[in-house]
Design a binder for this molecule. Structure first.
Ligand SMILES: Nc1ncnc2c1ncn2[C@@H]1O[C@H](COP(=O)(O)OP(=O)(O)OP(=O)(O)O)[C@@H](O)[C@H]1O
Ligand SMILES: [Mg+2]
Length: 451
C-alpha cells in the first residue's frame, strides 16, 4: 500500500523535527511547513491524508488555515495542536470542522493514535462515497445501455412517466430488461426514497399470492399466526412491481382490479378496507392482448394496467445496441473481478452481432461474463460459447462491421456521460476532469439530449 502523507504545520523548528521523526518512524510520508502560507502551497496536489497544525503562528493562524483547507476540500482531515491553556480555541476548531485536537505537550502514542483514527475516518468517507455512487448508478439511465431508436423511445417514455402515478405495463420477451426499466421508473421518480417491491405472480400458488399482495389478519386462516400487511401496503409511498402479470389467476385479477380502482385493499379475514398509495408497474413476456382475446386475462384489468405501455423489443431486432452492451458487460466483468478491461476482437464482435439472442440481453450478459473469464488479453471468438461461435455467420445476414464503429461525436458523448456517472453528476468536477469550461459542458449535455 502507498504511504499516507501527513502535513505538519508548526513554526517552532524543534517541534517540527520531533514530529517529522515520530511520524516517519511510523511509516508516514511527512511534509512540513513553517507557516500556514507555506502549508497552503503544499496542500493541493500532494494527496495529504491528514494535516497536523499548530494554532498560534505568526501570520495566518491555525484556525484560519483550517478554514482555507476545508474550503478547498470539505473532507480534509485536520488535527489541531494547542497548548493546554487554550483548549477553548481547540473547541472552536472542532466547530469549524477540525477532526480532533491534541494538547501540547503530548504523549507520542496519543498523537499517533489520533492520526491513525483520522486516516481511518477518511477512508470510510471515501468508501461510503464509492458505495453510494455504485448504488445510484445501478438504477439510473446510465445503466440501461442502448442507442437503438426503439430503446431511445423507451428512455423518453420512462422520463415522462416517472413522476406521474399512472400504472405502466412493460411487455417484452424474457431477458429484454423489463425489471431494469421498472426500477429505472421508480428510481427516477419522487418515490425513489420509498420501497421498490417486486412479486412474481407466476411463482406462487393462488392463495399464497393473494395473502402476499393483500395481506391478512391474525388468525385469518390456519397458519396465519401474525398479521401480514401485504405488498400493496408495504410498498406504500413507493412502487410495487407485478412481474409475470399474465400468470395471475382470474379470481385474483378481479381483486386486483378492485384494488386499483378504489386505491384500497381488504386484507384476508378483515372486513374493513385499507387505503394505500402505491405505484403499480406490471410486466409480462406474454402477448397480453392475445391472452385477453382468449379469455385468459380480463379485458378491464388489461386497460387499467396498460395506461402507459412500454414495449421492449427483442435484442435481435435492435442489433445496433449489441456493441455497446458487449463493452458495457465486459467493463462490468473487469470491475467485478478487479482486473484490467479487455478488448473484443472484431471477429468476436461480428459473431456476437450475428447471433440470434433468443435469451436477449440476459443471454448476452452471461456470454460476455463467461468469455471474460475464459479469454486471455482479448475477448476473442474462441472464448465465446460454441453456439454463438458456430451459428454466427449463418443464422442471420452479417451486419456491416462499420455499423459498430461509433462516430467521433458518439464516442465523445459516451465518454462525457461516463465521466458524469463517475462523478455522480457533479458538473463542475466533470468539466475539470474533461479539461473544458463548465459552459462548454452544459452545451454538450444539451446537445446530447437531442441526439
Ligand atoms: N439495456 C440494458 N442495458 C444493460 N443491461 C441490461 C439491459 N437490458 C437488460 N439488461 C440486463 O439483462 C438482465 C436481464 O434483464 P431483466 O431482468 O430486466 O429482464 P426481464 O425482461 O425482466 O427478464 P424476464 O422476463 O426473464 O424476467 C439483467 O441483468 C439486466 O441488468
Ligand atoms: Mg424479469
Amino acid at each position: 500500500m502507498a504511504k499516507q502523507s501527513v502535513l505538519v504545520v508548526e513554526d517552532e523548528e524543534l517541534m517540527r523535527s520531533i514530529l517529522r521523526r515520530l511520524l516517519e518512524g511510523s511509516g508516514y510520508n511527512v511534509f512540513t511547513a513553517d507557516s500556514s502560507e507555506t502549508a497552503l502551497e503544499i496542500f493541493p496536489g500532494n494527496d495529504i491524508a491528514v494535516t497536523l497544525t499548530d494554532i498560534k503562528m505568526a501570520g495566518m493562524d491555525g484556525l484560519q488555515l483550517l478554514d482555507r483547507i476545508k474550503a478547498a476540500d470539505a473532507e480534509a482531515m485536520v488535527i489541531i495542536m494547542t497548548a493546554y491553556s487554550s483548549v477553548d480555541s481547540a473547541v472552536a476548531a472542532l466547530r469549524k470542522g477540525a477532526y480532533d485536537y491534541i494538547t501540547k505537550p503530548f504523549v507520542n502514542e496519543d498523537l499517533l493514535q489520533t492520526v491513525r483514527n483520522a486516516i481511518l475516518q477518511r477512508e470510510l468517507f471515501h468508501e461510503n462515497r464509492a458505495l453510494r455512487r455504485e448504488l445510484n448508478k445501478q438504477y439510473t439511465f446510465t445503466e440501461i445501455i442502448g442507442q437503438s431508436e426503439s430503446l431511445q423511445k423507451v428512455f423518453s417514455v420512462v422520463q415522462k412517466v416517472a413522476d406521474t402515478n399512472v400504472p405502466v405495463l412493460i411487455q417484452g420477451e424474457s431477458g429484454t430488461g423489463k425489471e431494469l426499466v421498472a426500477r429505472a421508473i421508480h428510481f427516477n421518480s419522487g418515490r425513489a426514497a420509498k420501497p421498490f417491491l417486486a412479486v412474481n405472480c407466476g411463482a406462487l400458488p393462488e392463495s399464497l399470492l393473494e395473502s402476499e399482495l393483500f395481506g391478512h389478519t391474525k388468525g385469518a386462516f390456519t397458519g396465519a399466526i401474525a398479521e401480514k400487511k401485504g405488498l400493496f401496503r408495504s410498498a406504500s409511498g413507493g412502487t410495487l412491481f407485478l412481474d409475470e402479470i399474465g400468470e395471475m389467476p382470474l379470481p385474483l385479477q378481479v381483486k386486483l382490479l378492485r384494488a386499483l380502482q378504489e386505491h384500497e385493499v381488504t386484507p384476508l379475514g378483515s372486513s374493513s378496507p385499507v387505503k394505500f398509495d402505491t405505484r403499480i408497474i406490471a410486466a409480462t413476456n406474454k402477448d397480453l392482448e392475445a391472452e385477453v382475446a382468449e379469455n385468459n386475462f380480463r379485458e378491464d384489468l388489461f386497460y387499467r394496467l396498460n395506461v402507459i405501455e412500454i414495449l421492449l423489443s427483442p435484442l435481435r431486432e435492435r442489433r445496433d445496441d449489441i456493441p455497446l452492451l458487449v463493452r458495457h458487460f465486459a467493463a462490468k466483468s473487469a470491475r467485478n473481478q478487479n482486473t484490467e478491461e479487455k478488448n473484443v476482437t472484431p471477429h468476436a464482435m461480428s459473431a456476437l452481432l450475428n447471433y440470434g439472442w433468443q435469451g436477449n440481453v440476459r443471454e448476452l450478459e452471461n456470454a460476455i461474463e463467461r468469455a471474460f473469464i475464459l479469454s486471455g488479453d482479448e475477448i476473442d471468438v474462441e472464448s465465446l460459447p460454441p453456439r454463438i461461435r458456430s451459428n454466427a455467420e449463418h443464422t442471420f445476414p452479417a451486419v456491416d462491421t462499420a455499423a459498430f464503429r461509433p462516430t467521433l461525436e458518439e464516442t465523445e458523448r459516451q465518454y462525457v456521460m461516463k465521466i458524469m456517472a463517475d462523478v455522480d453528476g457533479d458538473k463542475t468536477e466533470a468539466a475539470r476532469i474533461l479539461g473544458i469550461d463548465l459552459s462548454t459542458l452544459y452545451r454538450k449535455l444539451k446537445r446530447y439530449e437531442d441526439i
